[in-house]
Design a protein around this ligand. Structure first.
Ligand code: UDP
Ligand code: MG
Length: 337
């Protein structure tokens, strides 16, 4: 199924009801977004209505501690095109997006944040590109002015590192704001992995992709939950999911250290035989012991990290659990990942 414009898979029900035979799903992960809901729907729904295709909006409540779900239910009662998934606790944005993707029935699925940092009007351009045959349309930030300079700098370094170490290339400035054709959604849904670094997966699947620049807005209300440590963990997730370099680098380092050490050993033995015993050497001994000890611990740590990931996959626990569903008419394919 290569052309998204041919009658592809997806929701047969929608195809029967519309002449164009196409429908859209918007998936929005939400964690404590109560204060943004009204403003979000007020801007999003008119945009979707203008596009003229039947649509559903799937809001995934990712274990919010504020009144997000109650507010969502309030809106849902008045707007049947709204569908709600309530996860049993906070599983993180990647899992919430995966849950939404699994429950979406549209021929194209749009992923966006619930804090209005992703302007809904851009969706019109996304859909235009999709109609012209693109299978993935992703928003790239025209500038990073809303980010502090330190975050901008670290992001740049990180992207370069990951490009060099892994098989995926992350397009600069691309985030999770994007449109996915049904063929891409099916490919993503078929991936069994539990450690989900979505940015990497989006690039890994391939398909016909195109970038659309947009200006990231300030958060409408509330605060971002991604602080430095969470971003760091997220970044390391990306490296470990798409690169084996941290695992392999130790063999090279080992060779680089042991070859000179061997020759140094020969030098010491020869010296001892020729000139007798030479006791000083406490400093060099200490340096070598500490340096190598440190390296070994780092190597062990890296091994442990990858082993932990293997352990997570092997346990086979679901990526998320759905506690409650509102507005889905038929029983969706899967309740759990
Ligand atoms: N989000 C989520 N689960 C989380 C954290 C965030 O579903 O554990 C959602 C959040 O509600 C928002 C989106 O992911 O819709 C982006 O989060 P945020 O604005 O905090 O991140 P940033 O914009 O700083 O990347
Ligand atoms: Mg945000």
């Amino acid at each position: 199924m290569l052309t998204p414009l041919s009658a592809a898979s997806g929701s047969q029900a929608h195809q029967a009801t519309t002449p164009a035979g196409k429908s859209l799903s918007v998936v929005i992960p939400m964690h404590n977004e109560e204060a943004n809901l009204a403003a979000l729907f007020l801007r999003l729904i008119p945009v979707l209505e203008d596009i003229g295709l039947p649509f559903e909006i799937i809001c995934v409540d990712d274990g919010s501690r504020d009144g997000t779900f109650a507010a969502l239910a309030f809106h849902q009662a008045r707007e049947p095109r709204l569908k709600l998934l309530r996860l049993s606790r906070n599983f993180g944005k990647e899992a919430a997006m995966s849950a939404g993707l699994r429950h979406a029935s549209g021929d194209a699925v749009i992923l966006m944040d619930g804090d209005l940092q992703h302007p809904p009007e851009i969706i019109i351009t996304f859909v235009e590109q999709w109609r012209q045959g693109m299978q993935m349309v992703y928003g790239v930030r025209a500038s990073r002015l809303t980010d502090p300079w330190m975050r901008r700098f670290l992001t740049k370094v990180y992207y370069r590192l990951l490009d060099n170490m892994s098989e995926v290339t992350l397009p600069r400035g691309a985030g999770d704001f994007r449109l996915l054709d049904r063929s891409v959604v099916d490919a993503l849904n078929a991936m069994p992995e539990r450690n989900r670094f979505m940015k990497g997966l989006f690039s890994w699947v391939g398909f016909r992709q195109v970038a659309v620049p947009f200006e990231v807005a300030q958060r409408h209300a509330g605060a971002s939950t991604f602080n430095f440590w969470r971003l760091l963990r997220f970044g390391l997730d990306g490296v470990a999911s798409f690169s084996n370099v941290p695992l392999r680098v130790w063999s090279w380092l080992g060779i680089a250290l042991s070859v000179p050490s061997f020759f140094y050993g020969v030098v010491i033995i020869t010296k001892t035989i020729m000139f007798g015993r030479d006791t000083p050497g406490y400093a060099s001994l200490m340096v070598a012991v500490l340096f190598l000890g440190g390296l070994q611990l780092i190597g062990l740590g890296v091994l442990g990290d990858y082993l932990g990931r293997v352990f997570t996959e092997v346990k086979g626990r679901p990526m998320y659990l759905v506690n409650e569903k509102v507005g889905f008419d038929d029983a969706p394919p899967a309740d759990r990942s």
